[in-house]
Design a protein around this ligand. Structure first.
Ligand code: WQD
Length: 342
């Protein structure tokens, strides 16, 4: 099938493009490169030996969407494109609502016009907000607390309503937990703009000497070592989850939400110690105050994806750290070095 991947040059998008191509699909990408690099798609071509059609542009550009759908026989869409920094969303809510929601509305409107009703949507565990119990299952009420998470929750609700209005829509909502790691080649990986917000890219930049020390946001949580617990999932496991979800939306109808997590929670210090085993040296860190808005513990009940998508994460924490470190070592400045040399 010909799959349109929005945000396909991003971290999860580029890893998913590789698995789509390896599975024999053809891939068309639209990406505005606001938080990613075209070098990632060059690397996808290099890893797979296959072509990726790329449109540089924004979902807010309806004319470009019309061009893509009129020039290509799109069979289904995997929709990653969107802004995703929690802190930034608090400071710039309008930017997030306009970019993430208007962009999705335009995408779905053009899909409808061209008779394309199969979509896999990149949602997030952040839609659960702070719940009283773990593990988190898909039946829990959604209660996102920040504008980024609210855009994901609102888009899930919009897609539900599209499906009620027109049963032809077939939709998978994938709620990611904490994606980490990189493709085993070390050629693609997480390449955050500026100082990383997320734990693992921050650790890899400390390990490479690009940053001085890790700040551990609080160690007074009710967890085994006092630091925050999360469900880290290898980005390649996540990519495979998209392949299974795509197969499911092709064979079924309706709207189905799935947690993509391992079901295992690791603390910040568990991750630090796994990294130290991988690199063979200590990661300097300092305990500081908790980060506002952080929850103590979050990890998935992944049983629904296992039962309905026949999908299960297979890679463990050590492999996640190994693969993240290989990407960092091979690309100390992310894709930037390549851009400078291009
Ligand atoms: C993980 C743990 C921090 C950085 C976020 C988004 C979520 C999703 C994934 C998009 C927490 C601690 C972190 C640091 C630290 N993104 N930490 N020092 O907050 O679970 O989820 O990314 O969908 O929407 O909210 O991930 O990696 O930021 O934090 O101690 O420098 O590491 O307190 O316990 P988070 P994270």
């Amino acid at each position: 099938m010909n799959i349109l991947v929005t945000g396909g040059s991003g971290y999860i998008g580029s890893h998913t493009c590789i698995e789509l191509l390896n599975a024999g699909h053809t891939v068309t990408v639209i990406d505005n490169l606001s938080n990613s690099s075209h070098v990632a798609l060059q690397r996808v071509r290099k890893i797979t030996g296959k072509e990726v059609k790329f449109y540089h542009g924004d979902l807010l550009n309806r004319q470009l969407l019309e061009t893509i759908f009129s020039q290509n026989q799109i069979d289904a869409v995997i929709h990653f494109a969107g802004l995703k920094a929690v802190g930034e969303s608090v400071a710039k809510p309008f930017l997030y609502y306009h970019n993430n929601i208007t962009g999705t509305l335009l995408l779905c409107d053009v899909m409808e016009k061209y008779g394309v009703h199969q979509i896999v949507f990149s949602s997030s565990a952040t839609v659960y907000g702070a719940q009283k119990t773990v593990p988190l299952s898909e039946e829990l009420p959604l209660q996102a607390t920040n504008p980024y998470g609210k855009t994901k929750q609102m888009i899930e609700e919009i897609l539900q309503d599209l499906s009620i209005a027109n049963p032809k829509w077939s939709i998978a909502l994938l709620r990611y937990f904490n994606p980490v790691g990189a493709h085993e080649s070390g050629l693609i990986g997480e390449d955050p703009n500026g100082i990383p917000n997320n734990l693992v890219p921050f650790i890899t930049q400390v390990a490479s000497g690009r940053l001085q020390e890790l700040k551990v946001f609080g160690n007074q949580y009710k967890t085994h070592d006092g630091t925050g617990v999360r469900d880290y999932i290898h980005v390649v496991d996540l990519a495979y989850g998209h392949l299974r979800a795509l197969e499911s939306v092709v064979q079924n109808n309706g709207v189905h939400a799935y947690n993509l997590g391992t079901g295992i929670g690791y603390s910040v210090l568990d991750v630090v110690s796994a990294f130290e085993q991988v690199i063979g040296k200590p990661i300097p860190y300092k305990i500081v105050d908790p980060r506002p808005g952080d929850i103590a513990v979050s990890y998935a009940d992944p049983s629904k994806a296992k039962e309905e998508l026949n999908w299960k994460a297979t890679k463990g924490l050590y492999e996640m750290c190994e693969d993240a470190w290989r990407w960092q070592k091979t690309n100390p400045l992310g894709y930037e070095k390549e851009i400078q040399s291009v």
